[in-house]
Design a protein around this ligand. Sequence first.
Ligand code: DHB
Length: 458
Amino acid sequence: MTDLTFAPDQYTVHTLTRDGQTLTYRAFENIPYALHPDDAAFQRLSIYVPEAFYAGQSVHGYTLSTAPIFLPNTVGGYMPGPQEAPGVNFLGETNATFYALLHGYVVVSPGVRGRGMTNADGQNIGVAPAALCDLKAAVRFLRHNATTVPGDTEKIISNGTSAGGALSSLLASTGNHPDYAPYLAAMGAADERDDIFAASCYCPITNLDHADMAYEWEFHTLLEYHMVTFLPPRDGEKEPRKLNKDGLLTAHQQTLSAQLHDAFQPYLQSLPFWTGEPEAELRELIENTVLASAQKALDAGAPLADDPAVTAWLTVDGGQATRMDWDGYIRFRTRMKETPAFDALNGQSPENELFGTAHIPSQHFTAVYGDESRADAHIIRMMNPMTYHSDTHATLASHVRLRHGSMDRDTSLAISALLYLSFQKAGVDVNLEYPWGLPHAGDYDLDELFAWIDSLCA
Ligand code: DHB
């Protein structure tokens, strides 16, 4: 059994060349971060460090003791997110960990539980809030060993995409909150703070209790859906496999779509962000963010004005993106998901599984289905970062970076916009962009991400 003490002398040194760049790093791998894990082999973390630090050198001005700690998670689809060494991600691309080390960060990669995981007794061990608690336990492990682990434990920067982006935003929103204390005590996490310095969140699939409404608010005019699912490449395959499913909302789904669309209005009105009419302000924020994205692409030389599919909804005048047509933009993107998009009619979505329990594989979590078959309201609230933004018992991250591709249809752009407004209202230094032309994806702008981190840490 372990006592959660970091062992600075248990490491290996590796050299890896990718994309023409060679990295030598020190690896402290497979360290348990909790005393009573559900899955002792999985709930571990690895720490990777530029080897140059140990020769007394600095990289980008960072040293062994001052380097920010980059904390990526590999969670997708609320499935388990295993540790990831420098090398490739699940798509087979050079991963952020490799580039972060080259840049002079310490990288900590935790294994994070997710849906579908069971223990020897057949209990579900990856249901909410397991994944978030694993990330918190990893943060607490680092703090517990603050004087011996490489890097600056007061400069922990979380990173994740999609479900992992949601977890990153949760980690930034729930620091030290007592709601999670019983879970962390039960798993034997170190008794330390678990707030973080900053978070990078790509296309967070979050605010799940209102995401169906937001989806219909955005896509209710489209009755056809075009679902695409990417599956990791199998052995011997290079590219991820793509599964397509096209269809038309049923009459029942069209009724539900209208109801969810209408239910979004009172939800918006319940939020404390607005100075005027909520829907108009939200739409203006989204439109301005899309226009800023188009302008950034134009300034970088993208020939948007020559693309009739784009100019059908975007007005480009003398190199300036000046106006957009909301309905045209939504038609351009198309609808991906059936109604409801998250709390599925068949109760089989990733999110339904997330809200299962040790003994129940999946549950509903929205008002559409009535109370009796719904997940515990407290757990639903615990998976929504916005729950904690006005809660004085939570320590929020100081800085948050939100990115949501301008072609993403996995969740409504309203979700990242509301999360942005919520962080902003809470006094967090937050920024939001919808990078041009990008679908549901992450880690596509590491140069910009690292420049942002450096601007906060240098
Ligand atoms: C992810 C994507 C989804 O569309 C979703 O509903 C949940 C998770 C993901 O990519 O992590």
